[in-house]
Design a protein around this ligand. Structure first.
Ligand SMILES: C[S@@+](CC[C@H](N)C(=O)[O-])C[C@H]1O[C@@H](n2cnc3c(N)ncnc32)[C@H](O)[C@@H]1O
Length: 237
C-alpha cells in the first residue's frame, strides 16, 4: 500500500463533526427517486475509479460474506470476485430496482440479495458479515456515526469496514467551493461539505488507513479493522 497517508490529522481532531445540513430518510428517497434514471450517466464515470479501488480492496481481504450498503444502481456489483457473496441494501427502491436489473442482466450469481433496508438500522444479526463496504454513501445517510455503529455491529470482530467517499477539503479553493455547494445538499442528494470527522470519531480516525483515490485525490478510501472491543452503540452525529 504505497500511497497510504500517514494519518497525522487524527492527533489534532476534536470529536465535533462539521456543520452539515441534515437530510432525513424521506429526503434521501426523494432525491434518489429523481436521480435513479440518470445516475449512471451523470455520476457513474467520475466515481468508477473509487468503486473499483474499493472492490479490489474487498476482494483482497479474507472472508466471503460481504455487505454493500447503499448499493444504489449496483455499479460495483460486477467487480466482486466470484467467491465473494454479496448482500446489497439501499434505502431507495428506485435505485435498488436498477441494481436488480443489472444483477439479472449480467447473471451475477454471487449476489445473494438486494434488499430495501436502512443502513443505519439493518435487520442483520451481530457479526453476520466479514466485510462491509459503503461507496459514496457516508455523506448521504442522515446519521453517519449511526451508520458506522451499525456496520461495527454486523461485521464480525476481525472483519473489515471500508468507505470510499468525498471528504471536505482542508483548505484552498476546493474548501470554499465545497462550502458553497453545500447549500444544494438536498437537491444533490449528498453533502459536499462532509468532513471525515462526521463519520469517524478520533480513535477510529487514528487507526483507519486512508488512501487517496483518483481523479486528483478527490475521493478517499478508508479501511477500518473491526476490532473485538469496538463499541457498537450508535453515536449519532
Ligand atoms: C451516491 S449514491 C451511491 C450508490 C452506489 N454506492 C455507487 O457507488 O454508485 C448513495 C446511495 O446511498 C443510498 N442511501 C442513502 N442513505 C441510506 C441509508 N440510510 N440506508 C441505505 N442506503 C442509503 C441512496 O439511496 C443511494 O442509492
Amino acid at each position: 500500500m504505497s500511497d497510504v497517508l500517514p494519518n497525522e490529522a487524527a492527533e489534532t481532531v476534536v470529536d465535533i463533526p462539521s456543520p452539515r445540513a441534515a437530510m432525513d430518510a424521506n429526503a434521501v428517497k426523494a432525491a434518489y427517486r429523481r436521480w435513479a434514471s440518470v445516475y449512471d450517466a451523470l455520476f457513474g464515470s467520475i466515481s468508477t475509479f473509487g468503486r473499483k479501488r474499493a472492490v479490489e480492496a474487498v476482494n483482497a481481504l479474507p472472508g466471503t460474506r460481504v455487505l454493500e450498503v447503499g448499493v444504489g444502481t449496483g455499479l460495483a456489483l460486477p467487480y466482486y470476485r466470484a467467491d465473494k457473496r454479496i448482500t446489497g441494501i439501499d434505502l431507495s427502491g428506485d435505485m435498488l430496482e436498477r441494481a436488480r436489473q443489472r444483477a439479472a442482466r449480467l447473471h451475477l450469481s454471487n449476489v445473494d440479495a438486494l434488499l430495501e433496508m436502512d443502513a443505519e438500522a439493518t435487520g442483520f444479526e451481530d457479526g453476520a458479515f466479514d466485510i462491509a463496504v459503503a461507496m459514496f454513501v457516508a455523506s448521504v445517510v442522515p446519521h453517519p456515526r449511526a451508520l458506522l455503529a451499525e456496520l461495527k455491529r454486523v461485521v464480525r470482530p476481525g472483519g473489515h469496514i471500508l468507505f470510499v467517499n468525498h471528504f471536505l477539503a482542508e483548505g484552498g479553493v476546493r474548501l470554499a467551493v465545497e462550502r458553497g455547494m453545500a447549500r444544494a445538499s438536498h437537491s444533490l442528494g449528498w453533502h459536499p461539505d462532509f468532513a471525515i470527522e462526521s463519520l469517524l470519531p478520533p480513535a477510529d480516525l487514528r487507526r483507519a488507513i486512508l488512501q487517496p483515490v483518483p481523479p486528483a485525490g478527490l475521493f478517499t478510501l478508508v479501511t477500518l479493522d473491526r476490532e473485538a472491543d469496538d463499541c457498537a452503540s450508535p453515536m449519532v452525529a
